[in-house]
Structure formats: structure tokens, C-alpha cells
Design a protein around this ligand. Structure first.
Ligand SMILES: [Zn+2]
Length: 201
């Protein structure tokens, strides 16, 4: 299996469902998030499993750090289920933009620098509120560089399991403002990368 620099991050429906549920139930005075597990094939990372924060996660208004034991248990289960491996993490910026902070970037570089972890690239999917819904953006950290990449998300409320799997839907930024009912059932959307923005702070 050849691993190229990541161009696309895809959240499968099971992973998107975990994130949607956490976004619906979490206390958003602090950040929340979890690990992402899946496969990196060619230029695409497919996320099959997304984690929740876990009881020992560090959650502040501007920072999130996974609960290591909780993450390890999920990683073990995911590897046993479909050989998924740790590819990165997701978290929220409840009052900011879906762009990695300097502290986020430092965290990703520490992961990349740890030879035992064996990361090719670290994936970050960051969700921030935008026009009444949580909008996600995907980033890849590879070498010393953090760059936006395309994010695609399978519909969470698709057909039942016995039906054929839904085809991934490619999200685009909304052309019109979202309906003015931000407290409806939250859904998640993906933001397209901004081409000019390759060196976020
Ligand atoms: Zn952050």
C-alpha cells in the first residue's frame, strides 16, 4: 500500500455519527473531540472510527487533549474490527474558526516526531460553528507543513445497514445562509479548503 501526501479526508457514516452525537450532547463552554482511526491509502484517509473525549480528557475553552486510556481502548477495538489505525484527531473550536491553533500544530508535530507512533501524516478535523451549524475543515500535518485538505462526510441519516451503503456526498459551502434555527438537531458539514491559506497560524 503506497501512502502519498493526503489530499482527501473522508468521514464514514459511523464516524460522522459519533461526532454528530458528541456535538449534540457536549457542553460547548469547552472544546471536545476524540481520536480518528482508519486507513491511509494513496492520497486519501478514510476514517472508519471516531472517538469521544473520554472521562479523563483535558477540556478547556481553548484546548483539548485526549484521554489516553480511553483512546487506547478504542484504538484496540478498531484495529481488531477492521485493521484501522490511529490517523489523527478531531476537536471543536466553539468560539473560533476551524483552523489549527499554534498549540494544535505543536501537538501534531510531537506525534509526527515520535518514531514509535509511525505517523506518515497527522490528520486534524476541526469543527467550528458557522451560520448555525457545525462546519468541519480537515488539515494534514506532514513534515513541518500544515495544509488544508478536502473533507467529505457520508450522510449520517442514510439508509439502514442492510441497504447498499450510501455514496459519499461531497459537501460544498452553503450558498445561502442556513435556516435561522441554530438549536435544531445539529448536523455537520465540511468546509472546502481555502486555496490561499496554506500556512495557518
Ligand atoms: Zn484546536
Amino acid at each position: 500500500m503506497t501512502q502519498q501526501p493526503v489530499a482527501v479526508v473522508h468521514l464514514t457514516a459511523p464516524a460522522a455519527r459519533v461526532i454528530t452525537t458528541e456535538l449534540r450532547t457536549a457542553d460547548h463552554t469547552t472544546e471536545t473531540g476524540g481520536i480518528l482511526l482508519g486507513h491511509h491509502t494513496r492520497d486519501t484517509v478514510t476514517v472508519h472510527h471516531a472517538g469521544t473525549p473520554g472521562p479523563a480528557a483535558v477540556r478547556t475553552p481553548t484546548y483539548f487533549l485526549r484521554d489516553l486510556a480511553h483512546a487506547q481502548a478504542l484504538a484496540d477495538a478498531a484495529f481488531a474490527a477492521d485493521s484501522s489505525v490511529w490517523v489523527g484527531e478531531w476537536h471543536t473550536h466553539p468560539t473560533g474558526r476551524p483552523v489549527p491553533s499554534a498549540r494544535d500544530t505543536a501537538t501534531y508535530r510531537d506525534l509526527l516526531d515520535d518514531p514509535e507512533l509511525g505517523f506518515h501524516s497527522v490528520i486534524a478535523v476541526i469543527f467550528a460553528p458557522r451560520q448555525g451549524r457545525w462546519t468541519g475543515a480537515a488539515w494534514t500535518c506532514h513534515g513541518r507543513r500544515v495544509a488544508p485538505v478536502e473533507l467529505t462526510i457520508s450522510p449520517v441519516d442514510g439508509p439502514r445497514r442492510e441497504d447498499p451503503p450510501p455514496r459519499p456526498r461531497r459537501f460544498r459551502p452553503p450558498r445561502r445562509p442556513a435556516p435561522a434555527s441554530p438549536h435544531d438537531e445539529p448536523s455537520i458539514a465540511a468546509r472546502s479548503p481555502q486555496p490561499g491559506r496554506t500556512h495557518p497560524r
